[in-house]
Structures are given as C-alpha cells and as structure tokens.
Ligand binder design. Structure first.
Ligand code: SAH
Length: 354
C-alpha cells in the first residue's frame, strides 16, 4: 500500500466513500503525496511522455499557428500568451523560439503559466530561463487583455465524476474500502439534473463522465477571448460526447489499476470536447480535428524533412520515429484531437476545415 492509499483508506473508513473526482484530486495534487505535487513524471525515466517532449516540431507548429491567428486579428499588443498545465515548460520554450522571427510577437506577449505543482514550477523556471514569465494558480488570474492560449494534456488531468446508468436515474461510482483495500462501489440511485439529457442515449449499466472543473475553466478563458480577442488551442485524447469508463492509470509507461498505487501513478480520463465547446457559447468552436491531420495541414512533414537533412544515424532514426509518433493514426495522430475556440468574427485559422 502506498502512503496515500493508507491515508485515503483511513479517511474513507471514518467518513464514508469518496467520489472518483475526490480520489483523482487527492492522487494528483495531494500536497505531500500527490503525483504531480511530488515529481517530474515526463520522459523515458518517468511514467509517460507528451507531444512537446517527443519533438520540438510540435511546439514549432503551435507557435506558428498562434502567431498566424494573432496576425489575423491585427496583432494586438500587449496580449497574454498562456498555457495551463505546462509540464516541463518545453512547449512554451519551443513556441517562443519558433515565433522569434515574427515581428512584434515577442514584445507584445506576456507569458502566463497556470501550474498547480510547485515541483513542476521549478522545472518550468529552469526551462524558460531568460524569459519573463508570470505563474498563476488559476486561469481566473489571467489579465483582462487579448488571450492566446494553448493547453496540451491539461484537461485530461482534471478530476472526473463517473455515473452509472440505472433503470430510472444514476448511481455515482465511488471509491470505498472493501476487505481492507480500496475498491469501487456505487452510491444509492439519484436523479442528476446535469445528466437528464443523457437518459436518451444511454442504457442501464452505461457509464458517463463529467469533469466539474472543465466548464468553469473554459468559461474564464472564453470570457477574455470573447471580450478582447484571441484564441484557445486545446490538444488531448478524447472525443465528442463522453460515453464509457475512461479513467486510466499510467505507471512507468504501463497501464496500471487506477486504485493500485494512489499518488504513484498518473491518473487521467478522456476529454469530452463537446462539453468544453458547450462551456464557450459566445465563441466559435472549429470542427474537432485529429492531431495528425492538424499537424499535417500546418506543414509538419516539410519541417520534418528540413530537420532530417541535418541528421544521420540514430538521431535521424529517432527524428523519423518522433514525426510518426505525433501524426500516425496508429500512434497519437487519431487518438489525440485538436479543438480551437475563436471569436465569432475571426477568420478560419490554419489547420481546421471551416
Ligand atoms: N502540457 C504538458 C504537461 C501535461 S501533464 C506537456 O504536454 O508535456 C499535466 C500538467 O497539468 C502538469 O503540469 C500538472 O502539474 C498540471 N496540472 C494538473 N492539474 C492542474 C490544475 N488543477 N491546475 C493547474 N495545473 C494543473
């Protein structure tokens, strides 16, 4: 049993079962034993890797997208260049490098990182040495000015609630103590107003998930973009219209039982992009686009070829593998999706069909 498993089991024994969301929040961000609060989980020696850690090309494409959209909107200055959940800070570093040649962009950008983990803030500080950066605890702290924001694998880390369909309503999936260890249980049935519309497309036994923090976070972002201009570009795994249990744990690059190692495994859930778009009714949501298609439309293959010209041997091999990993349908190309939220008056941005 991990230290956190013991803490949670004792708490549950005292006050009763907790929701999957409460469990996830403790596992990820418990101040002493939480997964993100205590470690830098990225890379070969860690538990998982992410697009910006796989290749600099990801951040370069994102940087050029942001610069193009900023130019399309008249190059507002100053503007907020923000990233929630920036991990090691690699994506932001690549964005800033790739946009150096865009006149006025760097001078106008006020870089804001929204990060909950003190350990990762330190890593970001080191990665972004030489740049002026403001750290925030929440998107609500972002300034009232044009906002150009990117998020990669941020929304999947936000706690989800799970509900199992019953004959008449829903039972919430909970974490309980069963025979001395953590196990899943179900609450007594209750009507859940937020899920009324899901009674139509689900059957008894089906699981649907909600992410209570996602809507308010999108609403904060959308309010700034609607009032001042800007854009949000969101990458994650998931789809449109959540259905089924997508809670997953990753430990040392292997899937793990989500209840087996609380605090020592990364816990995530698929993102319901429909719910994100619905939280921004004042903005245009561009059609949800597979990450591979988006990156190809932005010209990642031409960029990959240009970089390949300077490489040989193992470096070339790993560069080719990285390009494939980011874009191929059997790798991250289809599982990962790209959503853009834009002012209703903005022209269609690169990478998306109108
Ligand atoms: N975008 C990065 C990291 C993704 S991992 C990359 O692509 O490599 C998720 C990130 O979100 C981590 O930096 C984690 O500490 C942060 N995070 C998780 N929950 C958060 C919250 N509620 N508020 C702010 N940051 C959070």
């Amino acid at each position: 049993m991990t230290v956190l498993a013991d803490i949670l089991a004792r708490r549950i024994a005292k006050t009763g079962p907790i929701s999957v969301a409460e469990y996830m929040a403790e596992c990820l961000l418990h101040p002493e034993h939480g997964y993100y609060a205590t470690r830098d989980p990225f890379g070969a020696g860690g538990d998982f890797t992410t697009a910006p850690e796989i290749s600099q090309m990801f951040g370069e494409m994102v940087g050029l997208w942001l610069a193009q959209v900023w130019l399309d909107q008249g190059a507002p200055a100053p503007f907020t260049l923000a990233e929630p959940g920036p991990g090691r800070g690699t994506l932001m570093a690549d964005i800033l490098r790739a946009t150096r040649a865009v006149p006025g962009f760097a001078d106008a950008a006020r870089v804001h990182l929204v990060e909950a983990s003190p350990t990762l803030r330190e890593v970001q500080h080191a990665t972004l040495k030489g740049h002026e950066v403001t750290w925030c605890d929440s998107v609500a702290e972002l300034p009232d000015q044009p906002l150009f924001l990117v998020a990669n694998e941020f929304f999947d880390a936000l706690p989800i609630r799970q509900f199992q369909r019953d004959a008449k309503g829903w039972r919430e999936r909970q974490v309980a103590v069963i025979d001395g260890t953590l196990g899943f249980g179900l609450s007594t049935p209750a009507p859940i107003a937020a899920l009324d519309d899901r009674l139509e497309d689900t059957r008894p036994g089906d699981i649907v998930e909600t992410c209570p923090q996602a809507g308010p976070i999108i609403a904060e972002i959308a309010a700034r973009i609607a009032a001042r201009g800007g854009a949000a570009l969101i990458f994650d795994y998931g789809g449109w219209h959540s259905l089924g249990d997508t809670l997953q744990a990753l430990r040392a690059h292997e899937f793990d039982d989500p209840l087996a190692h609380p605090g020592e495994a990364d816990l995530t859930a698929h993102v319901d992009f429909e719910a994100l778009a619905a939280a921004a009714p004042g903005l245009t949501a561009l059609p949800l686009t597979p990450q591979g298609v988006f990156l190809e439309r932005l010209g990642i293959t031409a960029r990959a070829q240009a970089l390949a010209d300077k490489l040989s041997g193992p470096a070339l091999e790993s560069h080719i593998a990285a390009h494939r990993r980011l874009t191929h349908p059997q790798e991250m190309g289809t599982l990962f999706k790209t959503l853009a939220l834009m002012p209703q008056t903005a022209p269609t941005p690169p990478g998306f069909a109108p």
